[in-house]
Design a protein around this ligand. Structure first.
Ligand SMILES: *Cc1c(COP(=O)(O)O)cnc(C)c1O
Length: 452
């Protein structure tokens, strides 16, 4: 057999915005109102930029996610992923809808407690829990999800010291056919690490193994990966039952369901390719139901869905600062919204709508933010009608991660409001002030004066 010819791979740049089979079009109709509240009115009252959340959309999202799982599985519990968006008002909407809290740090743990979540309903994840964090969680009876062996040994020691049995689960990572694999958190399934951790917990007898946890990645586009993960989790749970006669309370499948945003470089829009929550639910619930649990030993199913429940409920309003021509003739529009408050623009092509009526003429435009940084690009290429300085725009699907990952840089961060079911706006967070920025600063006495 002759050797096959080597062909060099060809990489073609993607030219989004050019003519394709859909033809050119402006991305969108004007968006003058959000849930009945006028965009211009909101900006007048709260300033620009402004984060706006739709309470109706959030409640609809969590209710339909619950319906999708509860229709397929008898015991389902959602826990709100605090790091996705921890404005207290937003967290409390989820808590009102029955979600527990899922936290990955002491700051988030304390926040959830302050919001009034009973500690037994705060799931404590994350690789960095200090001895004091663990002592507090043991004392409170919060479920502690163990990330590594050092944490396991620490908990073992603390249980002797406090005389209380920590309620623990282990975090498990595994090969679900999606690469690169997320194997930096928790104990690996295939290599036997997960069993090693389980055996250590069960044989020392100092901790109460109440569950198993996994979080296979984020913005996962393949529901079948969750089916594989759920099957492996069920295999561990059934193994624990067989080996130790111990029935665990729950399997926690984490989060990671994709929101309907469009990834950069994707040919099709997110709304066309992102699976419905019901498809993830079908994959997970079928795997668990078919795994071979005795009927009365089915564990509860916990879910920590973040971005898929909040992204489309969040908008960022902004204002056009100026227009200019770049040296290659392209049109550039400068907005007062930068990547410091829209972190997700690094990987999503966020949909942008003008907030006022416009004519039929459109042009390919690059949207810049106001920062003095070359990377401050909101959209590299978007077809928009001409926008004048002072016009408003609405950026869609920004509810997840932007507030929690926002960065204070050369300007104050904006306010955030929620629109209630009657179309009224309520402040969730006021605009930052110079005082907020400086109140932790100290200036040493000898640096207090100068003579210019
Ligand atoms: C971030 C995180 C989530 C939420 O992830 P999404 O991708 O937003 O759904 C859930 N569980 C854990 C452990 C996380 O770290």
């Amino acid at each position: 057999m002759s050797k096959k010819l080597y062909e060099r791979p060809i990489i073609r740049p993607l030219h989004t915005g050019l003519m394709n089979k859909f033809g050119t079009r402006t991305e969108y109709a004007p968006m003058t109102h959000i849930e009945g509240a006028s965009v211009a009115g909101l900006i007048e009252q709260y300033g620009s930029p402004l984060f706006v959340f739709s309470e109706r959309q959030i409640r609809e999202n969590i209710r339909s996610a619950r319906r999708a799982f509860e229709a397929r599985y008898p015991k389902v519990q959602f826990a709100w992923s605090y790091k996705t968006n921890y404005l207290n008002g937003i967290c409390n909407i989820f808590h009102q809808e029955g979600s527990w809290a899922e936290v990955v740090s002491r700051m988030e743990y304390d926040k959830a407690k302050q919001n009034g979540v009973p500690p037994e309903r705060i799931i404590f994840n994350g690789p960095d829990k200090t001895e004091d964090d663990l002592r507090t969680a043991i004392h409170d009876g919060a479920p502690i999800h163990i990330d590594h062996l050092d944490e396991l040994y620490r908990l073992s020691e603390l249980s002797a010291e406090t005389g209380k049995r920590p309620r623990v689960a282990i975090r498990v990572n595994m090969d679900v056919g999606v690469y690169p694999m997320w194997d930096r958190f928790g104990f690996n399934y295939e290599s036997g690490q997960a069993w090693d951790a389980i055996n250590k917990i069960m044989t020392t007898g100092k901790m109460d193994l109440i569950g198993l946890h996994t979080h296979i990645g984020t913005y996962m586009l393949t529901p079948s990966a969750y089916g594989v993960a759920a099957y492996k989790m069920a295999d561990l749970a059934i193994g624990i039952q067989q080996k130790y006669g111990k029935t665990i309370d729950y399997i926690d499948m984490g989060g990671g369901f994709a929101s309907k945003n469009t990834l950069k470089g994707s040919y099709l829009r997110g709304t066309d390719v992102v699976p419905e929550i019901s498809e993830y639910a079908e994959a997970i619930c079928s795997a668990l139901l078919n795994a071979g649990f005795q009927n009365n030993q089915l564990p509860a199913l916990y879910l920590e869905t973040g971005r898929a429940l909040i992204d489309d409920a969040g908008y960022l309003l902004g204002t056009v600062v100026a227009n200019k021509r770049l040296s290659d003739g392209r049109k550039a529009t400068i907005l007062d919204v930068g990547v410091n408050i829209l972190f997700t623009s690094f990987w999503y092509d966020h949909k942008v709508s003008p907030a006022q009526e416009f004519g039929s003429h459109t042009e390919d435009t690059v949207l810049y933010g106001p920062l003095c940084m070359n990377i401050d690009v909101v959209r590299e290429n978007v077809t928009l009608p001409p926008l004048n300085a002072g016009d408003h725009i609405v950026i869609h699907h920004v509810g997840a991660y932007n507030l929690t990952q926002s960065m204070q840089f050369i300007a104050m961060r904006p306010a955030a409001v929620v629109i209630d079911k009657t179309g009224n706006a309520h402040l969730l967070k006021r605009k930052e002030t110079l005082h907020d920025l400086q109140h932790n600063e100290m200036t040493p006495e000898y640096l207090n004066t100068f003579n210019l």
